[in-house]
Design a binder for this molecule. Structure first.
Ligand code: MF3
Ligand code: CO
Ligand code: CO
Length: 255
């Protein structure tokens, strides 16, 4: 396993790409409402990334993925394909944005509530975000990847939720998915030790039911096997000399 350490020039490009990805999530916010289709959200993001940001939507044609963003609703865990599905009151939706700018990737996702979600739905979205933040807060040189996974798993399970095992965070840079794998479960002190200049995502998928997932016949959409609700948040993180920098955080946004 080879984890590359980014140079100062590369880090600057990662900041730009990360910022653009975060901006897409800010831009799309007002459009995310009941009556909208996920396909329309994809179209708006695509136009914005290509025409306004002069960037590339990384998912489009990535291993054959047919759209520019991922939209995962309710019991969909990740990699939902935008299409004719109409968003309705009470839905929870993850929008996952990855852009390429100047050859570098920025990858971020967050949950959106359509109208008034159930208490359960709002709760899993909140817990998934807390898991991501707790994971991010572990990041500094010397921390082991297992410390990140442990913090996330500990919080999710203390809240009677489960952590999806089959998908994980990842190194990111010129590549969309680089080494290392960033598991969202684990043991303290296990795995690789972080070094300044590493860039990777933390993107826990948290279920209200069991952790098992399956892929739908469209070959992309991942859903919970027990049809329980699932939520995910994601940021691209840089390991700094004394901690972390969230590369996909935009001014005025909480992490
Ligand atoms: N953005 C996703 C991630 O966080 C990957 C999407 S791959 C796609 O790693 F092909 F489904 F777009
Ligand atoms: Co990612
Ligand atoms: Co992503």
């Amino acid at each position: 396993m080879s984890v590359n350490i980014k140079t100062a020039e590369e880090i600057e490009k990662m900041r730009v790409a990360g910022h653009l990805a975060g901006e897409v999530l800010q831009m799309i916010r007002p459009y995310v409402e009941a009556g909208m289709t996920t396909g329309e959200l994809d179209r708006i993001c695509h136009e914005y990334i290509v025409n306004t940001q002069k960037a590339i939507p990384a998912p489009l044609n990535y291993h054959g993925f047919p759209k520019s963003i991922c939209t995962s609703v309710n019991h969909q865990v990740c990699h939902g394909i935008p299409g004719d599905r109409v968003l309705k009151n009470g839905d929870i939706l993850n929008i996952d944005i990855t852009v390429i700018k100047d050859a570098y990737h920025g990858d971020t996702s967050k949950m959106f509530m359509i109208g008034k979600p159930s208490i359960k739905a709002a709760r899993v979205a909140r817990i998934a975000r807390e898991c991501m933040v707790l994971g991010i807060e572990q990041v500094k040189p010397g921390t082991h990847l297992g410390d990140i996974g442990y913090a996330i798993q500990q919080h999710a399970e203390s809240q009677h939720c489960s952590v999806v095992r089959d998908y994980c965070g990842h190194g990111i840079g010129r590549g969309f998915h680089e080494e290392p794998k960033v598991l969202h479960y684990g043991k303290r002190g296990d795995g690789l030790q972080l070094e300044a200049g590493m860039t990777f995502t933390i993107e826990p998928m948290i279920n209200t039911g069991r952790h098992h997932v399956k892929t739908l016949p469209d070959n992309w959409t991942v859903v919970t096997k027990d049809r329980s609700l699932s939520a995910q948040w994601e940021h691209t993180i840089l390991v700094t000399e004394d901690g972390y920098e969230v590369l996909t955080q935009c001014p005025g946004d909480e992490i």
